[in-house]
Write a protein that binds this ligand. Structure first.
Ligand code: GLY
Ligand code: MN
Ligand code: MN
Length: 435
């Protein structure tokens, strides 16, 4: 696998920042889960993107053109006692050697050192509004300059949001990033396939979640990229259902939306299968419609097409299909104009995916739906959801929720489906379940 070139990312960002500027970005914080127990620490994606450093209580500072080095890190000091209890720390020496920092200082010294690093700069770049306490802290460091004894010091006059540009960089993935996403996709695919094989009536949704977790870890991905959605029957009509504690009933469908993370890069896959191994006639009709919409939407993924083309195509096919099945009445044009499909298809057809499962990057540019470019990775995930309580449709359709989701990279010639290893044709799913 190609190495991630963190230094090249910093360099590109600093070229954009220009001279006489400073960027300041904090690491994520530890979060308490229960007394004396923290959630597993997960680094902030932007901080990781620029540093590859996986510790809390750290701040990265970038100063383009600084004589003594442009990449400065404040991080925790090595501490034998703490390390015995809680694990290794990189320390300052490690930051220089492992991360390639030009300077590294103990985080406890930041109040003394950072104002001096701001001195003489015209612009401060930071992630405005993400962490209000840290925004305040930056102002305080800045205000320390120009105090009575330091009248000669020049303090930065402009405060500029770093997010937008950094997120535009993150939106376009390199080969090294796509390799990691493919790895996460393949491990997630193995987990979905194991789940499909293990599924049968009388088991619990939780049993299926166990299959996912087990196969993620077994395939080199310790963490889910988001809480698994394992939704049997009507539970599938709750889009982000995470209770995962119902018995799976004969005759119902099971919607699983789950993916794991590899070296910080996410996968996000949805499949919908018949719990007893065989789709009923109404289930098959709706399933084939969602699949038709997904395949056609994926065909819209190519450089030069608009982001919205993907959604518009899925909406058009689903709406026409619902009319053909007599779930909607009237013409395609009328239904599209009135957005009647939203009763059954209420979410967008996808999102960017990368270091975050709902990744960063604008969907619109100058008020227009964005053009797709090589290196973008997105999900394509149409669905149809008909609640068991929906008395406006014939009984046979009620309690069916279907979503089919793949992760798709934009390539020169069109697209590459990273998650294609999980079958989605009805016959393939039924064959897998019959073994
Ligand atoms: N897993 C959440 C989503 O598909 O967006
Ligand atoms: Mn999903
Ligand atoms: Mn998704």
């Amino acid at each position: 696998m190609q190495e991630i070139n963190f230094a090249a990312r910093r360099k590109r960002l600093m070229q954009w920042m220009g001279p006489n500027s400073i960027a300041i970005l904090p690491a994520a914080s530890e979060k308490v889960r229960s007394r004396d127990v923290n959630f597993h620490f997960r680094q902030d994606s932007d901080f990781w993107y620029l540093t590859g450093f996986n510790e809390p209580e750290s701040v990265v500072v970038l100063i383009p053109g600084r004589k003594h080095g442009e990449f400065i890190l404040f991080n925790r000091e090595k501490d034998e006692l703490h390390e015995t209890w809680h694990g290794k720390r990189l320390g300052q020496e490690g930051a220089l050697q492992t991360l390639g920092a030009d300077d590294a200082f103990p985080i406890t010294d930041i109040d003394d050192i950072l104002p001096g690093l701001m001195e003489g700069k015209e612009r401060i770049y930071f992630e405005l509004g993400v962490n209000p306490d840290f925004d305040q802290q930056i102002l305080e460091w800045r205000n320390q300059l120009n105090k009575a004894q330091n009248k000669s010091q020049i303090r930065p006059g402009e405060m500029i949001d770093l997010k937008h540009h950094l997120h535009e960089m993150r939106l376009i993935k390199t080969q090294a990033e796509i390799q990691r996403m493919r790895y996460a996709a393949n491990a997630s695919a193995k987990a979905h396939i194991a789940l499909i094989k293990a599924c049968k009536p009388g088991k619990n949704e939780q049993d299926m979640e166990a299959e996912l977790q087990y196969h993620y870890v077994l395939n080199g991905c310790r963490y889910a990229a988001y809480p698994s959605i394992v939704a049997a029957g009507d539970n599938a009509n709750i889009l982000h259902y995470v209770e995962n504690d119902s018995e799976m009933l004969d005759g119902d469908l099971l919607l699983t939306d789950a993916g794991c993370e590899f070296e910080y890069y996410a996968a996000d896959i949805s499949r919908t299968i018949p719990i007893n191994g065989k789709f009923s006639e109404p289930q098959a009709q709706l399933y084939d419609l969602v699949l038709k919409a997904q395949l056609a939407a994926i065909e819209m993924v190519k450089p030069g097409n608009h982001w919205n083309d993907i959604h518009d195509k899925a909406v058009e096919i689903i709406t026409q299909g619902l009319i053909d099945l007599k779930i909607l009445k009237g013409s395609l044009k009328q239904n599209l104009a009135k957005e009647t499909y939203k009763e059954f298809y209420m979410h967008k057809t996808g999102h960017w995916i990368g270091l975050d499962v709902h990744d960063v990057g604008d969907y619109q540019v100058h008020g227009q739906s964005r053009l797709l470019e090589v290196g973008m990775v997105l999900t394509v995930e149409p669905g149809i959801y008909i609640s068991k309580d929906n008395a406006r449709v014939a009984k046979k359709w009620r309690g069916i929720g279907i979503r089919i989701e793949d992760d798709v990279a934009v390539t020169k010639s069109g697209y590459d489906i990273l998650t294609k290893a999980v079958p989605k044709e009805r016959e393939q799913i039924e064959a897998l379940m019959s073994n």
